[in-house]
Design a protein around this ligand. Structure first.
Ligand code: GLN
Length: 471
């Protein structure tokens, strides 16, 4: 029954299936397979009841001929999307037991459309990581090989879609958290232009980099989702009033005639594994045969991506994590005074990676170091942005592999810097705030690899078009 949401939506409309049937099917799949995958967290009777009520409501919307393509379709919510009344924790001990009293714009919009929330998906703690191993609920395993990670931080969403536990899932991408797990699990992952989708009601990691996107079975599905979740929101001042086109109508033909594709050569020197290079070259050849004009380009700022990101991101993390002081959210304590209660909550509540980033970020922002680190990183960020702007005068899209290798084994990256290097190919797009998508690009020994397509600001239409043609 697990099919692209476009197909499922047609079947719901024609009456071949009902949303209740579809929801029961996915709930059963989760019950059967989540034990070994750990893609969903906090899954239980309450989640199932909630999903079935939403499905019943969706069926009545469809019966009245109302709703849209997302009505009645079960999706997973990464555990950073506040869902009213349902435990939402960012997979951190500090938020255990937290039931949001409200929900954010995108979740509320989806609810109104009659989408079905089938459960919360696993993530690295507050989305800091590239393997879901920093989650307080443990690692999500890769459906293609359970010994390997699903990638991260949206590993639960990627594995959930890949294993057929939900039709699609919401994710967040700050430095690669949608694209890298999508590549590792063999699904489509769309990271949007910064500000294309509202962040209101989504737990923040690094506010100038965070974006809300989706993990789907096909680029066509991503186009459908984006049409319904994108756009200006009064509650998020970083969402400009840029029109939301019907992205689906921009897709369609497998023709890339006249599309100018740039191949940034710096990415191909990033320790690519042979098989990844081969699969990438195969896609380039395919694009050429479809009529694309392909040329190499040099983007020298690429090599600074990692350094820039790991100053800006922890700096913003250190500010964003300050609100978790143990008083307003999370478990109660019997500390004797305020300072003791802060200590207790933050010592017990946060994991190592979160603490590491708070320390690095606080250091980088402190008087005396601000100019040397934070301001300098912001300057290099501007240069990166200009370099991309320049490149998009000459090219419609830029193509690179999404990651240098396939999913790694659980527990094999114990050095934090090695883990940071996981996102070496996805960070530049995040720094520049441009959209990028990862689509499946063949396998190596049974493990999926990904193709990354980057476009100019608000150029989601063109990256989706190229993504669909090449997948
Ligand atoms: N792996 C990167 C990090 O840990 C990116 C995470 C993300 O995009 N949320 O910061």
């Amino acid at each position: 029954m697990h099919k692209p949401l476009k197909k499922l939506s047609e079947e719901l409309r024609s009456g071949t299936i009902s949303s209740v049937e579809l929801t029961k099917y996915y709930l059963e799949e989760i019950n059967k397979r989540n034990g070994e995958l750990n893609a969903f967290v906090n899954f239980g009777k309450e989640t199932e009841k909630n999903a079935l009520e939403m499905a019943k409501h969706a069926d009545s919307i469809i019966k009245n001929g109302e709703g849209n393509e997302l009505t009645g379709i079960p999706l997973g919510l990464k555990d950073v999307f506040c869902e009213k009344g349902m435990e939402t924790t960012a997979c951190s001990n500090i938020l255990k037991g937290f039931k949001p009293p409200y929900e954010g714009t995108i979740v509320a919009r989806l609810r109104k459309m009659g989408a079905v929330f089938i459960g919360h998906t696993n993530t690295d703690e507050f989305t800091m990581g590239a393997s879901t191993e920093t989650s307080c609920y443990g690692t999500t395993h890769n459906p293609h090989d359970l010994k390997r990670t699903s990638g991260g931080s949206s590993g639960g969403s990627a594995a959930g879609v890949a294993a057929g536990l939900c039709a699609w899932a919401l994710g967040t991408d700050t430095g690669g958290s949608i694209r890298q797990p999508a590549a590792y699990c063999g699904v489509t992952g769309l990271k949007v232009t910064y500000g294309r989708t509202s962040r209101y009601g989504v737990m923040s990691m690094a506010s100038s980099l965070d974006t809300i996107g989706c993990l789907t079975q096909t680029p066509e599905d991503a186009a459908i989702v984006l049409k319904h979740i994108a756009g200006h929101d009064e509650m998020d001042g970083t969402t400009p009033k840029v029109d939301v086109p019907d992205y689906s109508t921009l897709l369609g033909t497998k023709d890339l005639k006249g599309i100018r594709i740039g191949l940034p050569k710096e990415y191909l020197g990033m320790g690519l594994k042979d098989g990844v290079r081969k699969n990438f070259e195969h896609s380039i050849e395919q694009a050429r045969q479809m009529g694309a004009e392909i040329k190499e380009i040099s983007l020298p700022m690429t090599e600074h991506g990692l350094a820039v990101y790991y100053i800006i991101c922890p700096s913003e993390v250190s500010a964003n994590m300050a609100r978790y002081d143990g008083l307003r959210f999370g478990p109660t304590s019997d500390a004797k005074n305020l300072v003791e209660s802060y200590f207790e909550a933050r010592t017990k509540g946060f994991g190592d990676e979160v603490k590491r980033r708070i320390m690095i970020g606080t250091y980088a922002l402190s008087a005396g170091y601000y100019d040397a680190y934070y301001r300098k990183a912001q300057r290099v960020r501007t240069l990166t942005l200009r370099e991309f702007d320049q490149a998009f005068k000459e090219f419609d899209v830029l193509l690179t592999p999404t990651t240098p290798h396939v999913a790694f084994e659980c527990g094999s990256l114990s050095d934090p810097v090695q883990m940071y290097l996981e996102d070496v190919m996805t960070l530049p797009a995040s720094i520049a705030g441009i959209p990028a998508i990862s689509v499946p690009n063949g396998k190596i020994d049974g493990m999926p690899t990904g193709l990354q397509i980057m476009g100019p600001h608000f150029g989601e239409g063109q990256i989706l078009k190229v993504a669909q043609a090449l997948s």
